[in-house]
Ligand binder design. Structure first.
Ligand SMILES: Nc1nc2c(ncn2[C@@H]2O[C@H](COP(=O)(O)OP(=O)(O)O)[C@@H](O)[C@H]2O)c(=O)[nH]1
Ligand SMILES: [Mg+2]
Length: 305
């Protein structure tokens, strides 16, 4: 299956919610009255487009209506352009260092958001591109033994070196050792971190300590500080994202599990509220289901028929 097909399939629930419901909401005749505009606004909000953005999009529709009548096709086309223009320019792919230092990628996010599997998928992509590149995983989620084991299995599959300590060990100590290893070997170092939310304050302190360890050792912050965000958590995810951003000054977002939600409109809200690049999106569990975010592709899939 091509990426375009995977993306289309993955966005099916959101597409149903947005384009199908909007088509249904529009009566015959293309008058686009107040009631229909309000209904469209509600539908956008139900897909987790934030209220201010939904209002802007509907205002754009409304101003078109004033000039002349407007048909269903045109309503969808105007919305599509409105969404495209908001999402474009926020893409960015991983940039690997080309000096003698390893590229360090710190991966953060709450439990179950997809941190470990995203690391595995990104590493699998790098491995495909370069069979000889050195890839190191740091098992800095020392909270659960299963987390270390899971990363160990992935390290085997993508031929990465795993640096781990015992369960309960200081995550920064794992990172320290992983940095030593990666400095010798070069290549890319992925740092898998814990995401337990009930001790949120400690979690943020732990991430900051990891950051400081890296600054001390390499003289700069991790090259990427990525937040893995589960799209099914919708607007709640935004609050999490803000705490992570405050703690570690994120460089980008990976939005996973778009296949599991009809609320994929959250991508607009994330872009607006965080103003961070959305680097990758996930629409399933295999490595081919994680792909660089390309806004035009995304919006085309969202409005495809
Ligand atoms: N359907 C779907 N599942 C995903 C996606 N990304 C991750 N997952 C699944 O989410 C679960 C939790 O992922 P994991 O990487 O262990 O989360 P972590 O706790 O943040 O490390 C796993 O079963 C993953 O396969 C996605 O884009 N779509
Ligand atoms: Mg994990």
């Amino acid at each position: 299956m091509t990426w375009t097909d995977r993306l289309r399939n993955g966005l099916e629930q959101t597409r149903n919610r947005l384009t199908d419901s909007i088509t249904q909401a529009l009566g015959q005749g293309g008058k686009l009255d107040r009631e229909e505009l309000e209904r469209i606004e509600e539908i956008l909000i139900s897909a987790d487009v934030s209220a201010p953005i939904a209002t802007e999009l509907v205002d754009e529709l409304s101003s078109h209506r004033k000039t002349r009548g407007i048909g269903r096709e045109e309503v969808l086309a105007i919305l599509k352009e409105g969404i495209k223009s908001r999402l474009s320019g926020y893409e960015r792919s991983l940039s690997l260092r080309n000096d003698s230092q390893p590229t360090v990628i710190l991966v953060a996010g709450v439990n179950g958001s997809g941190k470990t599997t995203t690391i595995a998928k990104l590493a699998a992509h790098l491995r495909e591109d370069d069979p000889t590149m050195s890839i190191t995983f740091a098992a800095a989620d020392t909270f659960r033994a299963a987390a270390i084991d899971q990363l160990d299995i992935w390290a085997d599959r993508v031929d990465a070196d795993l640096i781990k300590h015992r369960i309960g060990a200081d995550p920064s100590a794992v990172v320290f050792d992983a940095l030593e290893h990666a400095r010798r070997r070069g290549g890319v170092l992925f740092i898998d971190t814990a995401g337990r939310l009930h001790t949120k304050h400690n979690l943020m302190e732990e991430l900051q300590k990891i950051n400081r360890t890296i600054v001390k050792r390499l003289g700069h912050k991790p090259d990427e500080r990525l937040l893995i965000l589960d799209a099914t958590t919708g607007q709640n995810g935004i609050c999490q994202a803000i705490s992570f951003h405050t703690a570690i000054d994120l460089t980008g977002v990976v939005l996973t599990k778009l296949d599991g939600t009809s609320k994929g409109g959250v991508i607009l809200t994330i872009q607006k509220q965080l103003a961070l690049p959305i680097m990758y999106i996930g629409v399933g569990e295999t490595k081919d289901d994680l792909h660089e975010f390309v806004s035009d592709q995304f919006v085309d899939a969202l409005f495809s028929t």
